[in-house]
Ligand binder design. Structure first.
Ligand code: HEM
Length: 206
């Protein structure tokens, strides 16, 4: 669960860096070059299978662990621990489900078009013309809202996920845990604000 989670967190850094190229102000040229490099590179193709395996393992184990936890403590504690960590950890399955719903919508918006499973929108020149797809998608305020709200919940999920992954791997230590928590919060903020910049750019600037 933790290893799959850390792998997905690494993917998000690459995915954000690639997609922020959309904001280069060159009509999507730099982004199109990056997409071409990624989609034509066999190593990246192989990574895509590992990525989806990572998502499936993470989601399946998340559900199994949730059911297991529920079964082991069907009667909730009367007095709840009100620590900051418990707040975020208690809603991991809820934020996880919201991210999963986002992912399905998101794959329909881009990836499944590339695979030819979803029809090519009229405004796109080819199945790799993600920039034109993003322009029209994010100029629809409802889609931008769905994406930005999803990124807020992604941030909540990542804030706890980061430190919890280190804990699960036994990499936490009284001396390092405070630093891991701070880095985790900075990472969660960077990912959710970074991704939110893209719909905001197409909605208000482009
Ligand atoms: C505004 C934010 C985002 C934009 C503009 C964006 C854009 C894209 C594009 C253009 C693709 C198609 C790439 C291809 O088929 O080669 C893609 C695929 C994908 N996206 Fe995103 N993405 C965003 C946020 C996210 C987030 C937050 C997640 C995860 C929670 C995510 C997960 C994925 C996955 C799993 C794929 C399919 C694998 C891949 O092709 O890389 N994306 N995204």
């Amino acid at each position: 669960m933790a290893v799959a989670g850390l792998f997905l967190m690494l993917f998000l850094v690459f995915h954000l860096a690639t997609n922020l190229l959309m904001l280069a102000g060159d009509g999507g040229k730099a982004f199109a070059n990056a997409v071409r490099f990624l989609t034509e590179n066999p190593a990246v193709k192989a990574m895509e299978y590992i990525l989806f395996a990572g998502f499936l393992v993470h989601i399946a184990l998340g559900v199994i662990l949730q059911v297991h936890n529920y079964r082991s403590r069907p009667v909730r504690y009367h007095k709840r621990l009100q620590t900051e960590t418990s707040q975020f950890s208690r809603y991991m399955i809820h934020t996880g489900v919201i991210i999963l719903v986002f992912l399905v919508i998101h794959l329909l918006n881009f990836f499944f078009i590339r695979l030819g499973w979803v029809a090519l929108p009229d405004h796109a020149e080819s199945r790799h013309d993600f920039f034109s797809m993003a322009v029209v998608l994010f100029q629809n305020p409802w889609y931008s809202l769905i994406y930005i709200v999803s990124f807020v919940f992604l941030g909540f999920h990542l804030k706890h996920a980061f430190q919890s992954a280190f804990q699960s791997l036994g990499l936490n230590h009284t001396r390092y845990t405070p630093a891991i928590k701070v880095i985790g919060t900075i990472y969660a903020l960077a990912i959710s604000i970074g991704f939110s910049l893209i719909p905001l750019y197409f909605l208000f600037i482009y």
